[in-house]
Design a protein around this ligand. Structure first.
Ligand code: UDP
Ligand code: MG
Length: 305
């Protein structure tokens, strides 16, 4: 059996069309059974009702509803945890990743890959800021972390049962599910696709959430921010000593350096660096505290099927 997982947040205008295309896609695969897991991330529109209608038509549909909006990564993680298939495919519910991708993903999987990424070669109908933000995100990831896949952004993937079982043991919350899956290892491969325009509605990712995901991803997979604090401190201090030498040298030669502006520059620069480093420490500390409380990633309101 193959599980197909969709994180859903306010997608009332997409769900029926999505179901149609999904049904068409899987009806052409005769050698597998399917289940469709819709993880409703506490939608505020008609999505829950539409999902229940789909469930009445089709027993392959399973529904989970969260009691609070927890983000698409939590929804994907929960979907993986309750998937019953020999493999699970994750797709967005806005039809940006066409369901027909399932064919290509299954083909790669049957060739022996445990993890198959759908890598977008083109992104249609994405705004300028989304593209710029995405570029910065993947540049930072490649530069600062050692997790190399999924290269340049995969939003779609197939995970084998072995990967899903390994993933179930991970309870980390402040992280990117995609990077975590890549980090697990296993034999990985990729197929390419064109990311389509959203069928209806608009993207729900807010800027704050994107920044949080960036910081999460960097802190979870790189120790550079915390390890290089001391290096930065060392060079700042070195600069201070060099400047002190210059001040002394000027004093001996009878033209003492005059004060106010240089003093202000030094105070502001050093103060700024210290604040920034405290901020970095704070990010680590807060994450440690939050993970240690062991609150669940999500609260489930109900499950159907
Ligand atoms: N999503 C979710 N919870 C959220 C935001 C989004 O489950 O808080 C779902 C959304 O319904 C969609 C997928 O995650 O199926 C991708 O979201 P979206 O299309 O808004 O993001 P983008 O395509 O801009 O990355
Ligand atoms: Mg989308």
């Amino acid at each position: 059996m193959i599980s197909v997982i969709f994180p859903v947040y306010d997608e009332e205008d997409n769900l029926n069309r999505l179901y149609q295309r999904l049904d068409e896609t899987v009806s052409r695969i005769s050698d597998q059974e399917f289940e469709f897991i819709f993880v409703d991330d506490c939608s505020t529109d008609e999505s829950p009702r539409i999902l229940k209608e789909l469930r009445q038509q089709d027993a392959r549909v399973r529904i989970v509803r969260f009691a609070r909006n927890s983000g698409s990564h939590a929804a994907i993680a929960y979907g993986l945890n309750c998937a019953r298939g020999d493999a699970a495919v994750v797709l967005a519910a806005d039809l940006q990743d066409p369901p027909s991708l399932i064919w290509g993903l299954l083909d790669e999987w049957q060739l022996g890959s445990r993890m198959v990424w759908g890598v977008r070669t083109k992104r249609e109908g994405e705004g300028f800021f989304t593209l710029v933000f995405s570029k910065i995100y993947y540049f930072l990831l490649n530069w600062l972390t050692s997790v190399k896949a999924p290269p340049l952004g995969a939003d779609v993937f197939l995970a084998d049962r072995a990967v899903i079982d390994a993933f179930r043991n991970v309870t980390e919350k402040h992280t990117s599910v995609f990077l975590l899956l890549a980090w697990l290892g296993f034999r990985q491969s990729q197929i390419e696709y064109v990311k389509e325009k959203r069928y209806a509605g608009r993207s729900k990712w807010r800027l704050g959430q994107k920044i949080k995901l960036t910081v999460d991803s960097l802190l979870a997979f790189s120790d550079i921010p915390i390890r290089y604090m001391s290096v930065l401190g060392f060079f700042t201090a070195l600069l201070g000593f060099v400047y002190a030498g210059y001040v002394f040298w000027s004093y001996v030669h009878g033209s003492p350096v005059e004060g106010w502006s240089s003093l202000m520059v030094a105070i502001l620069v050093v103060g700024g660096i210290q604040m920034m480093m405290l901020g970095v420490l704070g990010e680590y500390l807060w994450r440690t505290y939050d993970e240690s409380r062991c609150r669940p990633r999500q609260i489930v309101e109900y499950e159907i099927g």
